[in-house]
Write a protein that binds this ligand. Structure first.
Ligand code: ATP
Ligand code: MG
Length: 233
């Protein structure tokens, strides 16, 4: 469904990604793990067209998307749930969700979509009139995921949803991700909680120093072996 082919990208003169290639199959969870500064977020930003490609190609459903603008990607079926959640704290929970339905073609279905999101996250429904700033970290992550779902995406890029959350809340977040997977969604999941990521993933990529250093089916990867690799370079 998504192919990243030998991509080089970075920030101005500083190159971060060195010929990175990944393949994302429809209906699967593709996990991207790796230490701080490995380039995981940079890869997601590059897929979203937030950073210019120096080399390589990003192909979605057989079509190169690198030339498309970032804002048109939700219309094409791709959304990013960014690191740090990036919710609008002064807006209500419902307003935050409606922001996720900004593509023109998605607006007509927004109300129905909102009900679907509320079914997945009943707490967001209960609190829909409250300011998003009143939510805890875990709830804010649910809101960020819900906002992503509002455009009925075919592909979700989710960056470190467990960041800064207590272990029991991390379990809750992964429980939701598991439900999204069961519902057949295609997800690229960037995570530092490698053991949680391995459990839910179908395919695993390890990134280190801007390169992919391991690419395997999840069932062939042991957490111990992964951690050894993780800290070895
Ligand atoms: N806006 C930026 N301008 C310049 N360099 C940046 C910028 N953002 C990230 N970098 C650099 O790019 C490299 C990769 O960063 P990136 O955020 O992609 O890593 P990451 O794998 O997502 O790490 P983390 O697990 O900490 O989120 C790092 O060396 C970082 O310092
Ligand atoms: Mg990151």
């Amino acid at each position: 469904m998504l192919e990243v082919n030998s991509v080089r990208a970075g920030y101005g003169v500083i190159n971060v990604l060195w010929d990175v290639s990944i393949q994302v199959a429809r209906g699967e969870v593709t996990a991207i793990v790796g230490p701080n500064g490995a380039g995981k977020t940079t890869l997601l930003r590059t897929i979203m067209g937030l950073l210019p490609l120096q080399r390589g190609q990003v192909v979605f459903d057989g079509e190169p998307i690198s030339a498309l603008s970032t804002w048109s990607l939700p219309e094409r079926g791709i959304v990013m749930v960014p690191e740090g959640r990036m919710i609008f704290r002064d807006m209500s929970i419902e307003e935050n969700l409606m922001m996720g339905a900004f593509p023109k073609s998605k607006r007509a279905a927004a109300k129905a979509q909102l009900e679907e999101v509320f079914d997945i996250f009943p707490l967001l429904k209960e609190r829909r009139r409250l300011q998003a700033g009143t939510l805890s970290g875990g709830q804010a992550q649910m809101l960020a995921l819900g906002r992503g779902l509002m455009s009925a995406p075919q592909l979700m890029l989710i960056d470190e949803p467990s960041l800064g959350l207590a272990p029991v809340i991390v379990q809750e977040v992964f429980e939701v991700l598991g439900r999204l997977k069961k519902a057949g969604r295609t997800i690229v999941l960037v995570e530092q909680s490698t053991n949680m990521a391995l459990k839910i993933a179908d395919q695993v990529y390890l990134m280190q120093g801007g390169k992919v250093t391991l690419s395997r089916r999840a069932e062939e990867v042991s957490v111990d072996a992964l951690h050894e690799l993780y800290f070895s370079r």
